[in-house]
Design a binder for this molecule. Sequence first.
Ligand SMILES: [Zn+2]
Ligand SMILES: [Zn+2]
Length: 145
Amino acid sequence: MENERLHHALQSLKSTKVRMTPQRYAILEFLFSSESHPTADDIYKALEDKFPNMSVATVYNNLRVFKDVGLVKELTYGDASSRFDSVTTDHYHVICESCGKIVDFHYPGLNEVETLAEHVTGFKVTNHRMEIYGKCPTCKNQTQH
Ligand SMILES: [Zn+2]
Ligand SMILES: [Zn+2]
């Protein structure tokens, strides 16, 4: 399933001007096999043994390239640590307040909220972001002991 998504991503990259390199392949492979919405730093740490000459900035720049062609989504949280998401279809996130893990959560899009927001505020609404906060199963069990 994950390999299929990676395969699909690689296919769609072929139709862009983005050149595939071993580093880019490794970054994509990590991102598509990870469900944790990693930061550029997480990806860098996971791959630094394999690519000793690669910097965090290189990882980040490559993520930006993937983002520009629509392969990944960047989730910004008002600090330096953007999270990257390989699932670009609409979905919501549940975020652990203890360890920061982000888990995908599928729920019908709340489009009526956007419509209402447009009516009430006069904005041209483009999208919305909803996040659920709590403790993940691992952290929940830790606090119970
Ligand atoms: Zn947690
Ligand atoms: Zn996600």
